[in-house]
Design a protein. Structure first.
Length: 496
């Protein structure tokens, strides 16, 4: 058996340790990979535990577009064979190609390439990926994120070639993760939960206990994204003015300058340079001097209101799961005019976006007279219980609303759309009817939700992916930490 690993940036380290566990414990020895970041490629080349037969570096593939001749015939072939139904989704998902974000900081939004250059970039990526899949013939592709032109091409071309595609997704329940063949939903759960019998299996008991405990004391699945841990106040946004903090920031920036001067990565299209970082940070701090506190209104739980939590952007939850609803300001205006006339639409900023979003964005929202922007310091769990309706593109607040027995309307593709109590808006002109149906239909009993939770608990594993990915530095602890997901992957591949 051979696996192809989609190694997104620093996930390369986690992906490699998963591969190592698959080799040592389950006998899978053959791997190839698609890698982002030159530092990740260097790590994989220098290690001696696994011999990868092919390692494609996204940044090297990208460079080929400069000498590539545009081939309309080949693009027509690609569109016919791998289009969705056209090729634009492969470009639109890539935030670097479409807006130069990641390289530059939000709200910067200017594509660094022309239309023809984008087509040549698409062309060279497709050629290299098809060649690798034809030569390597992997049995499965495994990764954590489909979030760029290369990863999306690999994912969909592999599917077309009959290769099993497997992605690890958060269940939004504690630190548990699940494997799926679709990055937008839980494929193993969608059919399974409907056939689960109402028995007192261990997983069903856990599901009931979890739901009961969550309704008594709701907790976010990831604490670090809450207002308590993010710079939602001006005091947190200006911590850099503290002399000690300022000294550490200056020292870090100086080290980055030294590293930049000798780095080979600085020539890569995905490289985040220190000068852009400094420029965008200064602009952000200047915006924060004025702030947005004067645009917030008090939260009144006695009002009739629908709740819309703003999304972090740019991120996969918008670019992949809801590519036609990335303009949140426009969507909020549509929702506001689709509500009962006495309703307010309460909008709250994502805690991670508070210091990035410009005043002009909020002022645009306030042009709708029934839109109320509340302070980002308020926890969502202080709002959800009083809401008549939860509206979200593809956020976890929708899932939390379901768990708290609230009507939910989504605009993007999310795993919980499969539940009959969720309204998925596919036609914006039908939104007022969906709102009417959602707020006036009696709430269902918990049987379907408990069945769904039971299926999740049966098919998921506890796995601290974010900590292992971004915080853990001890290699042995990383290897130990990935064992649950490696075992889950081995079960998924029917090795055990």
């Amino acid at each position: 058996m051979k696996g192809c690993l989609l190694l997104q940036r620093r996930f390369a380290y986690i992906g490699h340790y998963i591969a190592l566990e698959l080799k040592q414990k389950y006998g899978i020895e053959n791997f190839c990979g698609y890698v982002y970041l030159r530092t990740s490629l260097n790590f994989l080349k220098l290690q001696t535990d696994i011999r990868y037969s092919t390692l494609l570096l996204d940044e090297d593939i990208h460079e080929r577009y400069k000498t590539e001749k545009l081939d309309p015939v080949y693009l027509t072939y690609l569109e016919k064979e791998f289009g969705i139904p056209f090729l634009w989704p492969y470009l639109a998902i890539d935030r670097v190609l479409m807006s130069n974000q990641l390289i530059r900081e939000y709200p910067y939004n200017k594509p660094p390439f022309t239309h023809e250059e984008m087509l040549r970039i698409l062309q060279v990526h497709a050629k290299v990926i098809i060649k690798m899949l034809e030569e390597e013939k992997p049995d499965f592709v495994f990764g954590s994120v489909v979030g760029g032109i290369g990863s999306m091409l690999l994912w969909n071309i592999a599917k077309k070639f009959g290769v099993k595609t497997i992605i690890v997704l958060p269940t939004c329940i504690r630190n548990s993760y699940i494997l799926s063949e679709d990055p937008c939903t839980f494929t193993s759960i969608d059919a399974k939960y409907k056939n689960i019998e109402a028995t007192n299996s261990p997983s069903r008991i856990v599901a009931k206990e979890f739901l009961e405990e969550f309704r008594k004391s709701p907790q976010p699945y990831f604490e670090k994204f809450t207002p308590r841990h993010q710079p939602v106040s001006r005091s947190k946004q200006f911590k850099f003015l503290n002399p000690l903090k300022g000294y550490k920031s200056f020292a870090t920036f100086f080290r980055e300058i030294i590293k930049h001067l000798s780095s080979k990565e600085k020539y890569d299209y995905s490289y985040i340079g220190p000068w852009n970082y400094l420029r965008d940070t200064l602009k952000r701090k200047a915006r924060n001097l004025i702030g947005t506190n004067d645009l917030y209104e008090p939260f009144d739980p006695q009002e009739d209101f629908a709740f819309f939590p703003l999304h972090y952007e740019p991120e996969t939850s918008l670019l992949l799961q809801a590519p036609y609803y990335t303009n949140q300001a426009h969507l909020i205006g549509q929702i506001a005019r689709s509500l009962p006339v006495q309703y307010k639409l309460v909008v709250k900023e994502h805690p991670q976006m508070v210091e990035y979003r410009p005043r002009s964005f909020y002022k645009e929202l306030k042009k709708s007279p029934n839109v109320k922007i509340v302070s980002p310091k308020i926890n969502s769990f202080a709002i959800i219980p009083f809401a008549k309706l939860i509206t979200t593109i593809a956020g976890t607040v929708g899932w939390e609303g379901i768990l708290l027995n609230k009507p939910v309307i989504t605009f993007g593709h999310q795993f919980y759309n499969t539940l009959s109590s969720v309204k998925h808006c596919l036609d914006i002109e039908n939104l007022p009817n969906l709102v009417n149906e959602a707020i006036n239909t009696p709430r269902p009993n918990d049987d379907e939700l408990i069945n769904y939770l039971t299926a999740i608990f049966e098919d998921s594993e506890t796995f601290e992916l974010h900590r292992l990915w971004t915080e853990e530095t001890d290699v042995n602890k990383k290897i130990e930490g990935v064992r649950p997901i490696a075992e889950l992957l081995a079960k998924y591949l029917k090795i055990i």
